[in-house]
Design a protein around this ligand. Structure first.
Ligand SMILES: CCCCCNS(=O)(=O)c1cc(S(N)(=O)=O)ccc1C(=O)O
Ligand SMILES: [Zn+2]
Length: 258
């Protein structure tokens, strides 16, 4: 009769016990100190090329840690900028804070947080699949887009409207409409880039981060819709929030800028 509940996931400050790489040399996220970022002409000489198709998004799932829009790789590629190879989009998700708060992003800019941060995850086509790429030093490229609170984002609405349909872990709904994830990128394509890691376990140091400088505006209602997603808390099921890792030591890494 002893109830053995499934262990509630440990917070970021405990991850190092099971994932020692949490204290590694190229962990993410980081605080981007804009005055230390180095403009690299090479990044603009070979501009980041984002070519997504508008029928690549298959479904939205509640992973128990975020929402995840699963993408089939057909034609959704990025290249150029800091990338030495072509990478394909596999999924996108986000991290966010408490209702109405201003923290929630993973990367911060001169110590400033945003209410949420979107991650578009891509894998290097030199590997046979994402499972092979996920722990290689050049295996992944993640585009980070800050969400700020403002007017409604028409492009994010079809996705944010689906969160109420996937309240619990492993819930999944198909995306039956055409959707081009490029609509989530800011108009100005300037970014910072540095070598880092996954921000959730297994925390592999396999990510070339491309963090867009400009946030995109989403409405308070769209940020609130993120809380239609539920997850396990120590006191039972609750609204998913504060699913972000705080900034990690830079360890002498260079952040480059367009
Ligand atoms: C085989 C283990 C896969 C773990 C990494 N998968 S992932 O899609 O890259 C990912 C990235 C990230 S992040 N925040 O982009 O580093 C978060 C979650 C996941 C996930 O799998 O849920
Ligand atoms: Zn993420």
């Amino acid at each position: 009769f002893l109830q053995v509940a499934s262990p509630v996931p440990q917070g970021p400050n405990k991850w190092h016990e099971q994932f020692p790489i949490a204290k590694g040399q190229r962990q993410s996220p980081i605080d981007i100190v804009t005055s230390n970022a180095k403009v690299d002409k090479a990044l603009s000489d070979n501009p980041l090329k984002v070519s997504y198709s508008n029928n690549c998004c298959q479904s939205v799932t509640n992973t128990g840690a975020s929402f995840q829009v699963v993408v089939d790789g057909a034609g959704t590629e990025i290249s150029g900028g800091p990338l030495d190879s072509t990478y394909k989009l596999v999924q996108f998700h986000a991290h966010w804070g408490p209702l109405g708060g201003d923290e929630g992003s993973e990367h911060t800019v001169d110590g400033v947080t945003y209410p949420a941060e979107l991650h578009l995850v891509h894998w290097n086509q030199k590997y046979k699949d994402v499972g092979e790429a996920v722990d290689k030093p050049d295996g992944l490229a993640v585009i980070g887009v800050f969400f700020s609170r403002g007017k409604e984002h028409a492009g994010f609405k079809p996705i944010s409207d689906l969160f109420a349909k996937v309240p619990r872990k492993a819930d999944k709904v198909d995306i039956s409409f055409n959707y081009d994830p490029a609509c989530l990128l800011p108009a100005r394509r300037d970014y910072w880039t540095y070598l880092g890691s996954l921000t959730t376990p297994p925390l592999f140091e396999s990510v070339t981060w491309i963090v867009m400088k400009d946030p995109v505006e989403v409405s308070a209602e769209q940020l609130a819709a993120l809380r239609n997603l539920l997850w396990e808390t120590p006191s039972g099921e609750g609204q998913m929030c504060n699913n972000y890792r705080p900034p990690q030591p830079l360890q002498g890494r260079l952040v480059r800028s367009t």
